[in-house]
Design a protein around this ligand. Structure first.
Ligand SMILES: NC(=O)c1ccc[n+]([C@@H]2O[C@H](COP(=O)([O-])OP(=O)(O)OC[C@H]3O[C@@H](n4cnc5c(N)ncnc54)[C@H](OP(=O)(O)O)[C@@H]3O)[C@@H](O)[C@H]2O)c1
Length: 246
């Protein structure tokens, strides 16, 4: 049996386990299993890695950075952004990848127009690093928006988001958990009246399907997308990496 799984904490409702279990059933894959490993501390990881049948892991909050010392090699993206969400395991070899980057890029570009040249990225946590990397690759100029912007970084605060400024930044990516179930009435404090049909609002949140952030953008005619497709694409990219010939 080839074993795969997800490490994180807490893992109350994991998209990945359901996704891979259904995928294995759908595609008649009978020699693989996918489990949740809810680890209260990263120090519990060696016990998981000791399983000789383990072939790959996904990594989620809060371990995307803490897992780096356990890798024997990393992809250039992981080296650059310092976050890993996928590990390929071959015996003693543990290579770290970041498939959030692939998932976000492939999903984002589907609705991206040539006029989406300037972006605001809301939030400065783990997921924002993958978003920054993709925007850099696509040559899109961006400003980070934080609740506590450090003066030396050039990041904006939410109070800086005047309508005139928001009108110019036609791509806005929410990487904060604001609006996520169960707090579905919350939304990032933006001057939504400044949005229009040239705007593209991308929310990494996927539950609910349409957050208040996306609803308010759509009401102004903006193009909108949630994080569900990104989630599916990152899972499929993980699978591709695990199945690649050595
Ligand atoms: N669709 C996908 O495939 C996918 C992949 C990864 C993550 N996600 C989602 O993306 C979201 C963020 O994940 P993450 O790993 O980056 O989380 P995180 O490390 O906790 O960071 C989120 C950032 O959002 C900001 N933030 C947090 N709480 C906030 C609040 N109450 N109001 C305003 N800003 C707040 C903070 O930035 P500041 O302190 O600078 O304001 C924080 O650093 C989660 O909802 C996660 O489920 C989706």
């Amino acid at each position: 049996m080839k074993r795969y799984g997800l490490i994180g904490y807490p893992l109350s409702h994991s998209f990945s386990q359901r996704y891979f279990t259904e995928k294995f059933q759908r595609e008649g894959i009978t020699d693989c299993t996918y489990s949740n490993f809810s680890l209260a501390s990263i120090n519990e990881l060696p016990a998981v890695l000791a399983d000789p049948e383990l072939r790959g892991l996904n990594v989620t909050i809060p371990y995307k950075q803490q897992v780096l010392p356990f890798l024997t090699a990393m992809s250039p993206v992981v080296e650059s952004i310092g976050a890993c969400n996928c590990i390929r395991i071959d015996g003693a070899s543990r290579v770290g990848h970041n498939t959030d980057v692939v998932g976000f890029e492939r999903s984002l570009v589907k609705k991206l127009g040539s006029h989406h040249q300037q972006a605001l990225v809301l939030g400065t946590g783990g997921a924002s690093k993958a978003v920054e990397w993709v925007l850099d690759q696509l040559g899109i100029v961006y400003r980070m928006v934080s609740r506590s912007p450090r003066p030396d970084t050039g990041d904006l605060g939410y109070d800086d988001l005047e309508p005139g400024l928001v009108a110019c930044y036609t791509l806005i990516v929410n990487t904060t958990p604001v609006g996520m179930y169960p707090k579905v009435d919350d939304y990032p404090p933006l001057p939504y009246e400044a949005l229009g049909p040239r705007h593209y609002l991308y929310d990494l949140v996927y539950n609910p399907e349409r957050t208040q952030f996306l609803q308010r953008g759509a009401a102004r005619g903006a193009v909108v997308e949630n994080g569900h497709e990104m989630l599916v694409l990152q899972a499929e990219e993980s699978w591709r990496i695990w199945q690649e010939r050595a």
